[in-house]
Each structure stands twice: as C-alpha cells, then as structure tokens.
Write a protein that binds this ligand. Structure first.
Ligand SMILES: [Zn+2]
Length: 238
C-alpha cells in the first residue's frame, strides 16, 4: 500500500498539470499557480489554535475567492468546486508532514475523519475530506464521529460562549476505531472559535484517554472566519 500511495502521488503530479483555479499550466506538483495561491490565501503551516487535546489548522485565510468556493459548495451545492476545495487542503498539507514529524508515519497509520453533517443533511465535508485522504494514501472513515444530540448550526450563533455551549458533549467517537492509528486528522469546512473542533478533540480524548499527545490529533479546516464576519450575510450573497 505504501508503494500504492507513492504511485498515487506520481499520478497526481502528472495529472495535475494545470492550476485548479485559473487552469494555467503548472510545472510543479502544486494544486494552484503562485498567483492563485496568493489569491486563495493559502497559509503557511502553523497551528491557529492550540487546544489541550489537539491542534487546529486552517488551510486558508478567509477572503472573497475562498468564500465563493466554500459558500458555493455549502449553500448552493456547487459540486464543481469540490476539486478546488480538496486542492486547498492538499496544498496546505503538502508541507505539513515535515512540520509535524509525520514523515516517518506510514500513511496507513493516519486516519482522516470528517465532522459529520447535521441531521437530515448530506455530508458536504465528506466530499473533499475523502479525496484529501485518498491523495495522501491515508485511511478514511466517514462515520466514526457522530452527533450524540442535535445541535444548532454554529454559523447561526454569533456569541462565542453560546457556540461552545451549543456543541459541548455533542460528538461521539465510535469506540475501538482510532487506537491503532498514530495520527488522526479531523476535517471541517469553516472554523471560527474552534468550538466544534474542540468538541471533536474532547470526544477523541474521552476515547483514547490521557496517554495521547496533543500532536496526535490535528483538526484541519478549509478556512478560519472571524466571529461576526461570518455566514449570516454570506448565505444571501454567497
Ligand atoms: Zn492559477
């Protein structure tokens, strides 16, 4: 399988010959050309939030181009943006294995989990999280994290404290799944206060116990939106 993941990388490098945004020809294995990388606000690898049980990363700094892609996918089901959204995660993550000491970890020992959809909704995160996992040869399981109770969509809550209260004790991690892995990556679309991802890390900690290290759990969002500048207006204007 390790060979398989190397072949997959080579294949991706060969296939990905044009920028996913402007289609300009690329001569490296990147997902986007340098000007689109800048336009998309793809960040340098650095944790945004240091949580007790994990680290929160965001692939981009929020900006109009990223907003169009994320909101188009999230609210208008624009499936043609999935490739670009996956590309954002991939390009951000390319430099991460070294940064996180992940280079020595076999891809099969890394597990990617999406934040699950709210009741009755299709899983939009699954669509790019699964492709991101496949690109790196990581294991992927879409149903390991589940909601224990219904929560209000976080983007409808505009106070930091109620966001944390809204999701507290709301996620469950299927037992016995994560223990064989060295790294867990939880993928979400937008992080604001980090409340949902903090709750995911709490669920992880409850399952794994006190022995795990903070760097064993990485929460990776497409972007970080500051509180107050988020989705209420965005839902209309996209
Ligand atoms: Zn480009």
């Amino acid at each position: 399988m390790f060979i398989g993941s190397i072949l997959e990388k080579v294949k991706n490098a060969l296939q990905n010959q044009s920028c996913l945004l402007c289609q300009q020809k690329l001569f490296t294995a990147a997902q986007f050309c340098s000007s689109c990388t800048e336009k998309l606000g793809i960040r340098e690898p650095e944790a945004l939030i240091d949580m007790p049980f994990g680290l929160v990363h965001a692939a981009t700094t929020f900006n109009p181009t990223v907003k169009k892609l994320i909101y188009g996918h999230k609210f208008y089901k624009r499936t043609e943006y999935i490739a670009q959204l996956t590309g954002l995660l991939i390009q951000y993550w390319e430099t991460m294995p070294k940064y996180l000491g992940l280079s020595d970890v076999h891809p099969e020992n890394v597990l990617v989990l999406p934040i699950p959809p709210h009741q009755g909704n299709a899983s939009l995160i699954d669509m790019f999280a699964s492709r991101f996992a496949r690109h790196f040869g990581y294991d992927y399981q879409h149903d390991v994290l589940t909601w224990m109770r219904e929560v209000r969509p976080q983007h409808r809550i505009h106070e930091k404290v109620s966001r944390f209260g809204n999701v507290a004790q709301s996620l469950r991690l299927k037992s016995g799944v994560v223990s064989g892995y060295q790294k867990i990556i939880v993928v979400d679309d937008i992080t604001t206060t980090g409340a949902t991802l903090l709750e995911a890390s709490r669920a992880f900690h409850d399952e794994v116990g006190p022995t795990h290290r903070q760097q064993d759990l990485i929460c990776l969002a497409l972007t970080q939106v500051s509180i107050g500048s988020q989705l209420r207006s965005g839902e209309e204007e996209y």
